[in-house]
Design a protein around this ligand. Sequence first.
Ligand code: PSV
Ligand code: MN
Length: 453
Amino acid sequence: MCSFVSFVFQKNHPTDFYNFCVLNKKTMSISDQIQSFNHEKQTAHAFHFQYIAEILTQKGIDIQAVIEKIKAFQVAIPSWALGTGGTRFGRFPGGGEPRSLEEKIADVGLLHQLTQSANSISLHIPWDIPRNPAALKNQLKSLGLTIDSVNSNTFQDQPDQPLSYKFGSLAHSAAAVRQQAIDHNIACIEHGKALDATVLTVWLADGSNFPGQQHFRRAWQRTADALGDIYQRLPANWTMLIEYKPYEPNFYAMVIPDWGTSWSLCQHLGQKAQVLVDLGHHLPNTNIEQIVARLMHFGRLGGFHFNGSMYGDDDLTTGSIKPYQFFLIFNELVDAMDDPAVKNPPLAWMIDASHNSKDPLEDLLQSVQNILTTYAKALLVDRKALAEAQENNDVVAAEELLRAVFATDTRALVAEAARQAGGAIDPIGVFRNAKIREKLIQERGLNSVATGL
Ligand code: PSV
Ligand code: MN
């Protein structure tokens, strides 16, 4: 064990504290459980951390600087990923799902406590209308959380809604439907303001299922005009994120199918409008890393929805299917974020996933872990050497450089960042060891249902 590692462990984990935790396991708080489990994992973690620390130090990398960047990276959790997702063929909930906005916030608080990297929650309106903003703000504050974004929903009809979105919302042929959707987005801004949010995310399901059904140019113009009305109501410090998606629920054409259309709408609206990239919103084999680089070059990448995808909007665990592509995407993000010449605003990071076969909280913990380990890899890329290889057209050197970083196991760096921040070396281990799901089932029941899809 290197002296740095043994020093930090001794400092933060005195043995008598550990004994106290083990003896009182049944009544231990989550933070005590984290410390206790960290202590159990200490030796193995120290071994792995020392190994990577030595390799990277030899390469001249400032380990603590990398760890500080990992600690600073925070990803939002969407309120709708906390319950079991499903497909149109069924849903198989595992119990203990949050039944209210307060319980959703509590779940995100737990994820943040475990990882120290999930300090905000995204709301979907009307699923998450804040009934008592003052109390919610207190709850958020006590858990160290903020609101990441408010997301409007004009893809479903609500029971009390006068006009239907069956044929679209902001792009609808009828002005009255467009106005209803505009008003809904403005109401979202108001709900967000009450909770100190600063981001409105707009994803439109508008489009057509059959050729000839919708006039493409009129649909774009109606959307642009309607978004303009919403944009006018956006407070000065707010951002409007415009999310694209190539298909689903419409299968012939979506009104905002790609980054180019999102970008064109942002150009039309103004600087507070930004493109949102959802990893699952691309056709197979799309070069997402290039899209990300382009958008950041234009200063127009505002938000990111993480998930894993095999075919389309599969909403699987982030990094579970195409880890190399995920690394290449992060490589472009970090490259642009580190370049002072790039004038892109800070990004709103969020996990947008859905779960049918896993415990939603465990799945989110896996996603956070994969995001952080991949981000850590991107931080290790020798940008100068890569640029040199690129400028000299040394194809093999450039590729090998990236492949070597991709093959580096960064899990100990992420574990060390969490440990230093007061989180868990092994978040899923703590979740299971502390029997958190079992306790949630006891508290909320087996058939509790979260509002959402
Ligand atoms: C659409 O597929 C999407 O990715 C948008 O972000 C929605 O708001 C979200 O999923 C939840 O339905
Ligand atoms: Mn999304």
